[in-house]
Design a protein around this ligand. Structure first.
Ligand code: NAD
Length: 354
């Protein structure tokens, strides 16, 4: 990868390669944009097959965090950390603390939190080395697992989509195919069940799908089948890149709405969905409940306040659908317009008052 060319294209501010031989840490921190405030973003631990793959992921994820904060009105910038390794085998106190020291070295330009492959408990270890960590446990005044609030925000955003695409006023009777019943997917299944939805789930870990079947009466299908299931909604709750050349013709749903970051492998698939008449809820908007939850730690965490803010995703989705409808543009473009407009406004304000 031509690193500087890539940074310039997406306007990343800074990339830090973190290496600690003793702790066996190989990590990267990317700071995309700090116009709105310090960069926030989780640290993902994943067995990337190459350094290039890890770099691409951290660059994409940090950019998505900028847009997420901007679109939903949070005064934070976008960043992300990745650690190359298998969380089941390679995660330990040494590696987490070493990562924490790099975060501390940035002196608040980047605030870390949990993400795929890391947990609230891990963040308490990272905290031994840095104060720039959020998503701590509720017991010590933190915001805890963001999964439940992400799921609440998702249901609110989904309602706006259902009103538009299915012409229904509630989620009752809506069928939802959930790919991945982990932290968010599980809580989403729970909320959707309470709202009267019919659920189809899939997970590469059989016990997780089985738990959703037992607790929520969900039908289980294989990870291959979930992409082509006939339902009202497909909800990607696993990893990014799920909307790609191989999958885009498979979907037999009217709405795609889930929290997985960077679902469109390329923006052209957002255009294709638009032309096919599938309503795509931009992931960085509909999945922003977790960021909203964590950001609430800054002013002293109050759960009710975080939940209320997450339910506001309904109004933001409405606005995006309005922009998309008025100009006949794909929803991802409408969301980008909204996010970029806020960043540009703040930049202009700063320049005027510099
Ligand atoms: P998680 O790791 O807890 O859950 C993901 C689940 O997907 C796991 O159970 C995994 O086994 C399963 N999975 C992986 N590949 C699969 C496949 N091909 N088919 C079916 N299942 C598969 O992660 P999470 O915290 O629930 O996050 C899920 C996604 O949402 C991630 O992309 C994350 O970045 C994003 N996200 C999470 C939050 C949050 O609050 N946790 C907030 C916003 C966005």
């Amino acid at each position: 990868m031509e690193i500087f060319q890539s940074l310039a294209e997406d306007q990343h501010e800074q990339v830090i390669f973190c290496s600690d031989k003793v702790a066996h840490l190989r990590g990267i921190i990317a700071i995309h944009d700090t116009t709105l405030g310090p960069a926030i973003g989780g640290v993902r631990m994943f067995p990337y097959s190459s350094e290039d793959e890890a770099l691409k992921d951290v660059l994409l994820l940090s950019k998505a965090m900028t847009y997420k904060a901007a679109a939903v009105g949070i005064n934070l910038g976008g960043g992300q950390g990745v650690i190359i390794g298998d969380p089941l085998k390679d995660k330990n106190e040494l590696v987490l603390r070493a990562f924490g020291r790099f975060v501390q070295g940035l002196n608040g330009r980047y605030i870390t939190a949990e993400d795929v492959g890391t947990t609230v408990e891990d963040m308490e270890i990272v905290r031994y080395e840095t104060k720039y960590v959020m998503g701590l446990s509720r017991a010590i005044g933190g915001s805890g697992d963001p999964g439940p609030v992400t799921a609440i925000g998702l249901c609110s955003g989904l309602l706006a989509c259902v009103e538009k695409a299915l012409d229904k006023k509630t989620l009752e009777g809506v069928s939802v195919a959930i790919q991945g019943v982990g932290h968010v997917g599980y809580h989403l299944a729970q909320k959707l069940k309470e709202a009267g939805c019919r659920l189809i789930v899939s997970d590469i870990i059989a016990e997780k799908a089985e738990k959703a079947r037992k607790e929520f009466g969900a039908e289980i299908v294989s990870p291959e089948e979930i992409l082509g299931v006939e339902a009202d909604v497909f909800s990607p709750c696993a990893l990014g890149g799920v909307i790609n050349a191989k999958t885009v013709e498979k979907f037999r749903v009217k709405i795609i709405a889930g929290p997985a970051n960077n679902q469109l492998e390329d923006e052209k698939y957002g255009e294709i969905l638009h032309h096919k008449g599938i309503l795509y809820a931009p992931d960085f908007v509909i999945g922003s409940g977790g960021m909203i939850n964590v950001a609430n730690e800054l002013g002293g965490y109050i759960r009710e306040k975080a939940i209320k803010q997450a339910t506001g995703i309904y109004d933001i989705m409405k606005k995006i659908l309005e922009i998309s409808g008025e100009s006949d543009i794909p929803t991802y473009k409408a969301a980008n317009i909204l996010a970029k407009a806020r960043i540009a406004e703040v930049k202009k304000f700063r320049q005027r008052h510099a």
